[in-house]
Design a protein around this ligand. Sequence first.
Ligand SMILES: [Zn+2]
Length: 365
Amino acid sequence: MRARRSRRDEPQNSDKMKAMMTRRDLLPSIPALMAVRSLKGADVVYQRFDTHTHIHNYFPDMIDALEKSNFKCLSICDSREIGDEKSTLPEMTEGTIAAVKQSRGRLAWGTTFDPRNFEDKDFTSRAIARVKEHFGQGAIAVKIWKNIGMAIRSQKGAYLLPDNPRLLPIYETIQREGKTLISHLADLNAAWMDPTGNPVGGKYYQDHPEWRMFGKAGAPSKEAILNARDRVMTKYPKLRVVGCHIGSNEQDLDLVARRLDTYPNFAVDLASRIRYLTPDSQRAKAREFLIKYQDRIIYGTDFNMVAGDKAPGLPGKHEQEWKILATNGAVPEKKGSTRGLDLPDSVLKKIFHDNAARWIQGIES
Ligand SMILES: [Zn+2]
């Protein structure tokens, strides 16, 4: 049996099995037993991390459930506003800090800053003071979001790119303090594609024209945004950078592989993109990718929970995605089912535990 899984959920079965089988009976059946993979993530003996959630309030039921499944989540504050929308960061930050305090060690958190006023004289120094204050309050990471590259513009109309000189001293601070930069930059390819061609994921951009780059004058290409991110990694080689959503190259694993080969300080999370890995046409290649880059891939969901949400769906999501990554069978989904990727135990442990501990230091404490 695999050491990773305690058999505490099946004491009766194993006791019965022992009683029924002599040692001589058992030996020939070992290969058959090895082939059976437990479907239950609940049997995993190590703590698992979900490094990409947005949980900004204390939800006692969810904390209880995380305790039961032995998951710990990184709750990340995002600065999502564009134009002159009112920032939600003050309540979000306060709520997150309070939730972490009450979470009995089940939540860690990441901070962010509002990049909209990047041309203000004191923008950089204020952002640095803010992230340092939050490091003092336990934040272990800083997030930058796709409004950098896709929405925020200078007074003159130029798009703010992630390697803008106004942002660099902030990254330098994150590097110096030993924290992690979490970057969701750019988006699905569909944002840059002609919607009449029905590109994969294109519906989102019909519903959210503010993120549709296709046909927008002066908008940078997807590669231009990601290349600007990559220049930050070159400039700060000791800065650990986690690219959300498979580094936004979820639709082209060759591209993300090339980046992982080029930038040793780059890792990616799987948040909300596992479905891009499982179609029959992708499955073998995706499995090979996950195994080859097993030290650079981190589990996350992008689960979002806001005040007023009742049913904590997160444990169900964890269990389902664990099955997809860990097993070879058909895993039921909302519509139909997905065949699991059947990753080796040693790779699963890295994706769900070791890599989070290494790339997002402080998540274990
Ligand atoms: Zn997210």
